[in-house]
Design a protein around this ligand. Structure first.
Ligand SMILES: *Cc1c(COP(=O)(O)O)cnc(C)c1O
Length: 445
């Protein structure tokens, strides 16, 4: 077993994985996969070595039910400082009066907000799932759809005008549904919407019917932190966000709110939904919040959006239809039907996977195909922007996608594209030189 001294930053975690060669080998293989194929899943990113180190730290050993200064177990002096630091950094980053950094994931953060603000059976207005809403926005497959009565708004129909292409949030419908249904809560936020979401019209509609307003910023949190999207804090009553998507931190989530809701939100997270918090994840969140407060992160967020625009334009040139006509965030949603009426999202995703291009199939608004098959693909730029790629690489990738999908039955094409992808990725290694990689897979560097 290697000694602690063998680990350069004193992180006695995965250097010790040499005691488990099976898991060590799998971590090495996954690092290899992430470094040699294109990561275009819009909800993924490459967390920094500092985030990985904190997430793999000794804080995993500690039980700390409760909140700083009010714990149910002894020995939490250091843990209290860690969580207070994470909370203070989250509040400073987004300008919030209160932060809860304990939610294990975006799904549990949303559930906690519903539990804090609603009684079972209350009405909630949220985005339709097949138009970009999240499972936790009332899917019948999610506990949220069983405990509360969700009513859904959608996007406007597509038009033939390039000046106003449609497929944007239909605020007339949000307003009409709010009046007719009198929801207790209105939810903004989406997993597959390529436009900026303005919190103000939601606030006005919520006020007009006396509803509370939750902004689920799971996807754009990093763009908000980097000041390229409007900040919903202070406009929405509550903001939830994941820390692992555009924000580029560890897997997890946080909740922001005003002082008046702080107690209710905290109680809903613990003891309402969760037991002991994951303080190693909370330390990693603190690291990510500090990184996101640096000027370099605002530059990163701007490049994510610039890359998505270049990617969208190049994909349109390949013959794909851009849902909503384009993008002003980190993702592009494409409709495959004008490119090839026979091509499903499922078949496209599988062909691209074989060529080393990782993305996910996605429903498009009013998709005639099932959510398992779909007519669309969702493509995102956060991860490869972190790796250093720019608009030129986005145009190259769009051409590779077009070529792969046009000749998807041809093994030689798939192999040739796989080779070009490998070469492109080698020029933009997410974790630096290949020699440095072994450290990362094993978490010692
Ligand atoms: C990703 C996402 C979530 C859930 O996050 P998990 O960490 O996967 O639970 C919630 N809401 C939206 C809008 C999301 O995109």
């Amino acid at each position: 077993m290697p000694s602690r001294a063998a680990s350069p930053e004193g992180v006695p975690s995965q250097g010790w994985l040499e005691s488990d060669p099976e898991v060590a080998r799998l971590l090495d293989e996954e690092l290899e996969r992430q470094s040699t194929t294109l990561q275009l899943i819009a909800s993924e990113n490459f967390a920094s070595p500092a985030v990985l180190a904190a997430a793999g730290s000794v804080l995993t050993n500690k039980y700390s039910e409760g909140y700083p200064g009010r714990r149910y177990y002894g020995g939490n002096r250091v843990i209290d400082e860690v969580e207070d630091l994470a909370r203070a950094r989250a509040m400073a980053l987004f300008g919030a009066e209160h932060a809860n950094v304990q939610p294990h994931a975006g799904a549990s953060a949303n559930l906690a907000v519903y539990a804090a603000l609603l009684e079972p059976g209350d009405t909630v207005l949220a985005m339709r799932l097949d138009q970009g809403g999240h499972l936790t926005h009332g899917s019948p497959a999610s506990i949220t759809g069983r405990l509360w009565r969700f009513v859904a708004y959608g996007v406007t129909p597509p038009t033939s005008s390039s000046a106003s292409p449609g497929e944007v949030i239909d605020f007339d419908q949000v307003d009409a549904l709010a009046r007719a249904e009198r929801p207790k809560l209105i939810v903004a936020g989406s997993t597959a919407y390529s436009r900026q979401i303005d919190p103000k019209p939601f606030r006005e509609i919520a006020d007009s019917v006396g509803a509370k307003f939750l902004f689920d910023a799971a996807h754009p949190a990093g763009l908000i932190a980097g000041s390229v999207h409007p900040n919903p804090v202070g406009i929405a009553d509550v903001v939830t966000f994941t820390t692992h998507k555009t924000l580029r931190g560890p897997r997890g989530a946080a909740i922001l709110c005003g002082r008046e809701l702080a107690k209710d939100i905290d109680r809903a997270v613990f003891p309402g939904l969760q037991g002991g918090p994951l303080e190693h994840a909370i330390a990693a969140k603190a690291v990510a919040f500090r990184e996101a407060a640096q000027p370099a992160f605002a530059d990163y967020a701007a490049r994510v959006v610039e890359n998505a625009r270049a990617f969208a334009n190049a994909l349109a040139e390949e013959g794909f239809r851009l849902v909503s006509g384009g993008t002003d965030n980190h993702m592009v949603l494409i409709d495959l039907r004008p490119f090839d009426a026979e091509l499903t999202g499922k078949a496209a995703q599988e062909a691209l996977d074989r060529a080393g291009i990782t993305c996910n199939r996605n429903t498009i608004p009013d998709d005639p195909r099932s959510p398992f098959v779909t007519s669309g693909l969702r493509l995102g730029t956060p991860a490869e922007t972190t790796a250093g790629m720019g608009p030129e690489q986005m145009r190259t990738i769009a051409a590779l996608i077009g070529r792969t999908l046009r000749r998807r039955e041809d093994e030689a094409t798939l192999r040739a594209v796989r080779g070009e992808v490998r070469e492109l990725c080698a020029a933009f290694p997410p974790y630096g030189r290949p020699g440095a990689r072994a450290h990362l897979a094993r978490g010692t560097g």
